[in-house]
Design a protein around this ligand. Structure first.
Ligand SMILES: Cc1cc2nc3c(=O)[nH]c(=O)nc-3n(C[C@H](O)[C@H](O)[C@H](O)COP(=O)(O)OP(=O)(O)OC[C@H]3O[C@@H](n4cnc5c(N)ncnc54)[C@H](O)[C@@H]3O)c2cc1C
Length: 504
């Protein structure tokens, strides 16, 4: 029989639960209010609308959650009116640009309202300022395509299908990163709709604290409707290719990787390398270097920093172009096509200071856990990858006003990428990635080489509360102060549940 005390406890839990539910307006009401603000059939779509399925399609089905309705603003004023309404009526919502986040509910919401920025996808270029203005729902393929006639480009996704909104507010690793810093560092200004519905422009003179905070601060401050981006020259040719090496070359491959990460990269910042090893289905494992060069590449006479990868130091290479003598657009479209869409997917990340013996240990741990703990079936891909954030990259970030990510010393961002076919394997794959990254942390920590930083755009749902704290206490305090100033009602924390949040 229940005691009086446990009945009281139960009743108070029920009341608390009801209060939590009542805190937000029923999403049916929110959708109806939105519909009355935007009558007609062009901006608000319920699940009965023929467009609903397309609007709730994500790059990976792992990310898919179903909102009560989808709002597709056409301009900043639409976004402003919707945010004002949601804030006043306590409606929960999500913000989506390209929808490439693989974490369910990050750029989507179960039951609430999804603001999908896909119709806000215009890019323009000013020859006067040298800046590109890119709307917040654009995809990189369109941005690159619009800018190439001017012989310029911007720092954006290596896979051209990514959206600009999530990518830029998460940091953004582009093919130009080694020279120009994070893509976010190259934002000259933003137009942003704040939680109270006001629209402001933030640049290095006005609201500079806000501009700095959104560089790595994700969706915590408002909805960015326009990014004004610095451009780089794109008159020359751009090359992208894969090098594959058999297992027998692993030691030489890791030694060459270590040397590139620890200084090599800074000797030629036109180069760009992601080092990886992949197990794809039941195929044997291979070492792969995804490389790009902002310039001419002759495989018989490569730039000095790339020589070990071509001259037999890392033996028995197979060379495969995805963008021979092309442009940034052909390279990133090539990767988009190679990476495809529609698989179940997750990523998880940690950062380290690079040391050869540590690389070997981490790779061995990955290999052991992947072969022993995972059922390798067709559709499975598990990739172990890393790339350096070198001294020139960090200096470029600092010179352009700094960001939120708090990196002061060179490191390597390391990530695990997983694909699989069946929803039935979700739990196995997610738990595997969680255990593996914990093991990496232990190994790197024991070696004294674990870096604090976790890259937001490669973060997983299990680290929802760890990503922003990994920027360090100074950055977190700055983010909290900016948040208090620009979103004092915490609209983007309270009403937007998805994404990586600033600790309160
Ligand atoms: C196949 C693949 C390749 C990738 N390659 C790279 C790469 O080369 N370099 C790299 O750095 N990352 C890469 N990523 C990671 C990628 O940067 C993130 O997934 C990023 O979030 C994608 O941007 P998006 O606009 O499509 O995001 P979305 O999924 O639309 O949004 C992600 C988050 O950003 C918020 N958000 C989106 N738009 C706005 C806005 N306008 N204002 C405020 N908040 C907003 C959303 O609310 C959400 O929380 C890759 C991911 C995948 C799956």
């Amino acid at each position: 029989m229940l005691s009086y005390k446990s009945i009281l406890l139960y009743s108070s839990l029920v009341l608390q639960a009801q209060a939590t539910v009542l805190q937000f307006t029923n999403p049916n009401i929110c959708c109806a209010l939105l519909h009355s603000k935007f009558p007609g059939h062009s901006k608000v779509f319920s699940s009965l609308a023929p467009q609903y399925d397309d609007l709730t399609f994500y790059w990976t089905p792992t990310a898919q959650v179903l909102p009560r309705c989808v709002f597709t603003p056409h301009n900043t004023n639409d976004v402003k009116k919707a945010v004002k309404l949601f804030a006043r009526r306590n409606c929960q919502f999500a913000v989506r640009s390209g929808g490439h986040s693989y974490n369910p509910g990050w750029a989507g919401i179960k039951r609430g309202v999804l603001i999908s920025l896909g119709n806000m996808n215009h890019t323009s270029y000013s020859t006067h300022t040298g800046l590109a203005t890119v709307e917040g729902g654009s995809r990189w393929t369109d941005v690159y395509g619009a800018l190439l006639p001017y012989n310029v480009t911007v720092l954006g996704g290596r896979n051209s299908d990514l959206g600009v909104g999530g990518y830029l507010t998460g940091g953004g690793i582009s093919f130009y990163a080694n020279k120009e810093g994070w893509a976010a560092d190259n934002i000259a200004s933003v137009e942003i709709v704040l939680g109270n519905g006001t629209v402001i422009n933030a640049d290095r003179t006005h609201h500079s604290d806000l501009l700095r905070s959104i560089k790595g601060g994700s969706n915590n401050f408002g909805i960015i409707t326009k990014f004004r981006l610095m451009t780089v020259d794109a008159t020359g040719i751009f090359n992208g290719w894969y090098m594959r090496y058999p297992l027998a070359s692993t030691d030489a491959y890791l030694a060459a990787a270590e040397s590139y990460c620890n200084g090599g990269v800074d000797t030629d910042t036109k180069s760009h390398i992601i080092f990886s090893a992949s197990i794809v289905g039941t195929n044997p494992m291979t070492n792969v270097a995804l490389m790009a060069y902002d310039g001419v590449l002759d495989p018989l006479s490569p730039p000095t920093v790339l020589e070990p990868f071509f001259d037999g130091t890392v033996a028995n290479a197979t060379f495969q172009w995805f963008a021979p003598n092309g442009t940034i657009k052909s390279a990133t479209d090539g990767l988009r096509d190679a990476q495809g869409s529609g698989n179940r997917y997750t990523m998880t990340t940690v950062s380290i200071q690079v040391e050869l013996s540590l690389l070997k240990k981490l790779r061995a741990a990955w290999l052991e856990m992947t072969t022993h703990n995972l059922r390798i079936t067709p559709g499975f891909l598990v990739q172990f990858a890393f790339q350096p954030v070198g001294a020139t990259w960090i200096a470029a970030s600092e010179a352009k006003g700094g960001n939120s990510m708090g990196i002061t010393e060179p490191l390597a961002v390391m990530w695990i990428q997983l694909r699989w076919d069946s929803k039935d394997d979700d739990n196995t794959m997610l738990q595997y990635s969680r255990r593996l990254i914990r093991r990496f942390e232990r190994i790197a920590s024991r070696a004294g080489k674990l870096a604090n930083f976790r890259y937001l755009n490669y973060g997983d749902r299990f680290h929802k509360d760890d990503i922003i704290p990994s920027y360090g206490s100074g950055s977190v305090t700055r983010l909290q102060n900016t948040k208090a100033l620009y979103d004092p009602q915490n609209v983007f924390g309270r009403l937007v549940p998805g994404g990586f949040k600033i600790p309160e």
